[in-house]
Ligand binder design. Sequence first.
Ligand SMILES: Cc1cc2nc3c(=O)[nH]c(=O)nc-3n(C[C@H](O)[C@H](O)[C@H](O)COP(=O)(O)O)c2cc1C
Length: 264
Amino acid sequence: MGPSVTDALAAAADAARLAPSVHNTQPWRWVVRGDTLELYAVPQRQLQEQDPDGRLMILSCGAALHHALVGLAAEGWEHRVERPAGEPLAVVHAERHAPADPHAMQRMQLLRVRHTDRRVVSDEPVPPDVRDALAEAARHGGARLHVLNRDQVLQLAVMIEHSGEAQRHDERMRAETDEWVGGDRPEGTGLPDAVIPAELPLTTVAERTSASPAPSRPAPGTTAPPPTRSCTATATSPATGSWPARPCRTCGCPRPSTARRCCR
Ligand SMILES: Cc1cc2nc3c(=O)[nH]c(=O)nc-3n(C[C@H](O)[C@H](O)[C@H](O)COP(=O)(O)O)c2cc1C
């Protein structure tokens, strides 16, 4: 007797629990029906304030579908995905069992260790071959990877800062965030304290030099001391212990050298 298709589909749905989702809401539901697996969105888990159109919810469901497909392939199940016009969002048909593809098994192992990393981003440029590989992966998934140029990064950073500011002053938005971020939930949804850095990582927003205080002028006849620059980023996080703490390459301050910027 061959492997049970029902078990394989249930295992694929289980693998989908590892998928990223907005605020870790995991807004999906799976139904095994014969040799198919159906994916539904769960509107009760939609962020009504932050995601009124449900786009982030659907993206999260897409990530779950991706994980389920990798799980099926890792078990050697060839499959086909149908996207009906309405509900369910997707129907996965398990078609034929064959020896598992080692590449798919490796991808499944990688999904088990993947997680969102909220530490400060490195200032190392992404090597072109890695960028190409990411673009190819996006193409393979029917998407397009758009790499922002420097001006676009700054524009995006400003927009993010403005929207963050607006959100901070919106009571309902804040209440919704509090519902999902921090603390612990029995179902394992939401963001527990352990994954949130003690301080917000700096982003390119902080790189805007106009945001820095103007240096004070030296008194006439004196020379200005070298600027004393201290960085504000925290060097520790409850989630990860210490950040890499080599001194900054620009000025020698103790800001982690992986930080995007320290004191320009
Ligand atoms: C559509 C979408 C939007 C997300 N937005 C954010 C975000 O704005 N900030 C953030 O820190 N994480 C964001 N995440 C990551 C989720 O918080 C994370 O996937 C979830 O907490 C599960 O954790 P994991 O990725 O480590 O498994 C987003 C994920 C998805 C799928």
